[in-house]
Design a protein around this ligand. Structure first.
Ligand code: NDP
Length: 241
């Protein structure tokens, strides 16, 4: 039986690498995205992976999106909560919109997406939930009170979910990447990257999206059934917890 996976934000960056790795490993994959139709069309053409547009911050849209995926591909066994945004600013200048858009997309999405799939996973006695957090949720970052709060929230969510799912063969784990070369990081000032970020990374380089994808592949496998509630850091040694 082929397992079905949803990857939120699965058409670009880390999510795209995760979608591709899951497909290459034989899973049926649904790659969700928010609104960049061009990128999604390119991704679809390149990978032949089905794409689905909905906003992970919208509870009803998530329920409808999951229902559509399940109609097309079958019941969801694997959920990778990857979609995320930044809206940086010092707290003393941060707007309510900067705060709430990040909490909505990065944190509300965990409830919105996991709620419609968790009952089925419990009924079928198998499930894998992965949340892509961030090094900055573990150690904080200037200008990112909103983002750090949302990414630290991932860890509490997963620990509680792991306890609830353990007896039903459902695991929940966090991956906390450091700096990974995607558009999110490429958008940073290159001088800041070279002078302030790279010197902090013991391996001396940025991570690649495929390096995160390979960890996801392991954590969703049957071999990883005893790993739950954990946070796996993938950060080149930048921050060890
Ligand atoms: P990208 O900006 O490259 O891609 C983001 C993806 O998420 C896109 O597919 C985007 O869709 C989708 N997305 C954004 N908002 C929503 C929404 N409301 N509903 C549905 N989909 C949405 O991000 P990255 O690949 O860099 O980051 C992926 C995850 O990894 C994020 O959670 C991020 O916080 C985390 N992370 C990234 C790091 C990095 O260095 N890159 C480091 C640590 C953590 P669309 O294409 O339509 O815009």
């Amino acid at each position: 039986m082929t397992r079905v996976a949803i990857v939120t934000g699965g058409t670009r960056g880390i999510g795209a690498a995760i979608s591709k790795a899951l497909k290459a490993a034989g899973y049926k994959v649904a790659a969700n995205y928010a609104g960049n139709d061009e990128a999604a069309a390119r991704f679809r053409a390149e990978t032949d992976i089905a794409t689905y547009k909905w906003d992970v911050g919208d509870f009803d849209a998530c329920a409808a999106g999951v229902a559509e995926v399940e109609k097309d591909l079958g019941p969801v066994d694997i959920l990778v909560n990857n979609a995320g945004i930044t809206r940086d600013g010092f707290l003393h200048k941060m707007t309510r919109d900067q705060w709430s858009s990040v909490i909505r997309t990065n944190l509300d999405s965990l409830f919105n997406m996991t709620r419609p799939v968790i009952g089925g996973m419990r009924d079928r006695g198998f499930g894998r939930v992965i949340v892509i957090s961030s090094i900055n949720g573990q150690k904080g970052q200037i200008g990112q009170t909103n983002y750090a709060a949302s990414k630290a929230g991932d860890i509490g969510f997963v620990k509680a979910l792991a306890l609830e799912g353990a007896a039903k063969n459902i695991t929940a784990n966090v991956i906390a990447p450091g700096y990974v070369l995607t558009e999110m990081v490429a958008a940073m000032d290159s001088k800041v990257l070279e002078t302030r970020v790279l010197p902090l990374i013991p391996t001396g380089r940025l991570g690649q999206p495929e390096e995160v994808a390979r960890a996801v592949l392991f954590l969703v496998s049957d071999d990883a059934g005893y790993i739950t509630g954990s946070t796996l850091t993938i950060n080149g040694g930048q921050h060890m917890v």
